[in-house]
Design a protein around this ligand. Structure first.
Ligand code: NAD
Ligand code: ZN
Length: 257
């Protein structure tokens, strides 16, 4: 796929933006080797509907299946490295007056690339907690060997109250973490520019953030190799991979700022 030309007029408008929002989805981590949900699926993703594993009901029905599936995903993330898109986003924060980074991802690749104060709307794989008293569960330093696609593993038990430990992610049917969601909405409502990177923009309410920014007149730039529902609504769609386009965009901006 040829890299799209980034128009000067777009760069010129972006240059004057004070408050930036960068809103990322699974696509920003795809080039780090972490599978997305809605692209071509492999392994467990093929055998189970992600939807059926990522619910509180699924965890209660079969805790070992769900815990083992998340352990496999955690192992994938531990092996993965941030890619040039994660790195460029961390650099952008040092170039502009204000930047709010909002992600739907449960991995920690933004943090490992140097981003701080990342708003994780869907929780974090690395932050498991007790399902009753919410005590944080410290994962052992050693990751157990997990076969490709996951395995049945009984979840650990809370040392404080004896209930089960659950993955630290937000499941279908659960509400988003309140502080993160409020901060994200406020930022989307006030920002001058929003970059929407690697998200299919179908998971609500997160996808509504881009529309909030559009509604109040922010410049909105989507980076995605595929067509999405918001193609016709954003100021500009840059068609291609995040790992190529985001560094290019930031490089061109840096030259102008
Ligand atoms: P999604 O799977 O629905 O969509 C991924 C999007 O990324 C697609 O539009 C696809 O075209 C695009 N994409 C694929 N490769 C790309 C690349 N190299 N560069 C840029 N874009 C690329 O993911 P979503 O919109 O984030 O929503 C699904 C949910 O899945 C989220 O809630 C998230 O919590 C969860 N999830 C997270 C991870 C992770 O933490 N890395 C991985 C899979 C799913
Ligand atoms: Zn507990």
């Amino acid at each position: 796929m040829p890299t799209p030309v980034i128009e000067f007029s777009l760069l010129d408008r972006l240059r004057s933006a004070h408050h930036w929002v960068v809103f990322t989805g699974a696509g920003v981590s795809a080039e780090s080797g972490i599978p997305t949900f809605r692209d071509k699926q492999t392994g467990l993703w093929e055998r189970f509907a992600a939807h059926e594993l990522a619910t509180p009901e699924a965890f209660h029905r079969d805790p070992a299946l769900v815990w083992g599936w998340y352990e496999w995903r955690r192992a994938l993330v531990l092996r993965a490295q941030p890619n040039p898109a994660h790195v460029a986003i961390a650099q952008l924060a040092t170039l502009v007056p204000q930047l709010t980074l909002i992600t739907q991802n449960v991995d920690d690749l933004h943090e490992r690339a140097g981003s701080v104060n990342v708003l994780h709307l869907h929780g974090e794989l690395m932050r498991a907690r007790c399902e009753r008293c919410r005590q944080h569960f410290p994962y052992p330093a050693e990751m157990p060997a997990i076969p490709e696609g996951g395995a049945r593993i009984e979840p650990p038990v809370c040392t404080q109250c004896g209930a089960r430990i659950r993955p630290g992610v937000v499941w279908f049917g659960e509400t988003l973490p309140e502080r993160e969601w409020l901060t994200a909405r406020t930022a989307a409502n006030q920002c001058d520019a929003l970059l929407c990177i690697g998200t299919s923009s179908v998971v609500q309410p997160a996808a509504s953030l881009t529309r909030l920014a559009i509604a109040h007149g922010a410049i909105t730039v989507q980076i995605n190799p595929n067509v999405t529902d918001i193609d016709d609504e954003v100021t500009c769609s840059l068609r291609g991979r995040a790992g190529e386009i985001v560094p290019e965009l930031i490089e061109q901006l840096r030259a102008m700022i």
